[in-house]
Design a protein around this ligand. Structure first.
Ligand code: HEC
Ligand code: HEC
Length: 254
């Protein structure tokens, strides 16, 4: 068994070297792989942000406790071979096959190295809590569910609770950050200020990406094109027209 494993990982290493060009193997290059791999895990690379690996496999690579498996601490060669198999049809799964095909050979290698290096222990074994935190909050820490105010689909509820779905993740994260540091202070009853301070920075980041990818208001009537047609450009939207913003000098002094 041991020799078979070794055979497999040698084959994996040989393939990896072939795929990665003729770069000499050294430890710095494996660190570099892990760094780029992290970017792929968080951004989805060619598969797009909505297919970022962590959205299904969890920020800690623990899987989602359902169909998406744990990747943390698995063998790099094994992970890379799975991605290759999804890519060329030897292993089939609607989402993973498509995702794997969007990654280049070196991206597969990099993201495999990243997850392989990710520590996994019984402590991190609890499944990624992002979707649960969004839908149910964490009563033990006094965190109300985001869904209770922003809606299950991130569509927003009523005039006070804005939609989160469809907002850029970086924007949402920056808002949580701003509240945490008291740089945004216009929320009624300091509700977001308090919530932002109860979340860890990595929870905020994960929630921002999660919320950003929610569908938002599926019932929003009409299309943007129809809206624009029904609201033709007014004379003041002409580029040569006067500026819409009141110039600094014309503002009443406060
Ligand atoms: C939409 C959810 C989703 C996303 C996004 C996703 N995966 Fe998966 N992944 C799955 C599911 C579900 C499976 C199990 C598929 C199966 O049954 O074969 C899986 C399986 C895998 C496996 C096989 C693991 C094993 O133990 O055999 C690897 C490797 C993997 N994914 C890597 C990735 C990488 C890398 C990314 C990002 C580029 C990614 N996945 C993005 C859902 C996802
Ligand atoms: C009790 C209701 C409530 C809960 C629970 C709640 N929010 Fe909010 N959230 C608000 C309100 C109200 C605003 C708008 C604040 C303002 O007017 O400045 C807001 C704004 C935001 C914004 C900024 C949106 C923008 O367009 O600028 C983000 C990001 C956000 N919430 C994330 C979350 C996350 C993540 C959770 C769950 C951990 C959460 N919220 C839970 C009420 C809530």
């Amino acid at each position: 068994m041991a020799s078979r494993n070794q055979g497999l990982s040698l084959a994996g290493a040989a393939a990896a070297i072939a795929l990665g060009g003729c770069a000499p193997v050294d430890t710095r290059s494996s660190e570099r792989f892990e760094k780029t791999g992290k970017l792929i895990a968080l951004s989805g690379a060619g598969a797009g942000a909505s297919n970022a690996c962590f959205t299904c496999h969890g920020l800690k690579g623990t899987g989602d406790g359902a169909g998406s498996p744990r990747l943390a601490g698995l063998d790099a060669g094994y992970l890379q071979r799975q991605l290759e198999a999804y890519g060329d049809g030897r292993r089939r799964h609607t989402q993973m096959s498509w995702i794997a095909r969007q990654l280049s050979a070196s991206e597969r290698k990099q993201v495999a190295a990243y997850y392989a290096a990710m520590p996994f222990s019984a402590q991190t074994a609890s499944v990624d809590s992002t979707p649960r935190l969004y839908a149910q909050g964490d009563p033990s820490r006094g965190i109300a569910s985001c869904a209770s105010c922003h809606g299950k689909n991130g569509q927003g509820l009523g005039p006070a609770n804005p939609p989160l779905g469809g907002q850029p993740a970086a924007y949402l994260e920056a808002q949580l950050e701003a509240w945490r540091h008291g740089k945004r202070r216009n929320d009624p009853g300091d509700v977001m200020l308090r919530i932002s301070q109860l979340l860890t920075p990595s929870e905020s980041a994960a929630l921002a990406v999660y919320a950003s990818n929610l569908p938002g208001d599926l019932l929003s009537p009409g299309s943007p094109e129809a809206f624009l047609e029904a609201h033709p450009d007014g004379p003041r939207s002409d580029a040569s027209g006067p500026p819409l913003h009141v110039p600094e000098s014309a503002r009443a002094t406060e």
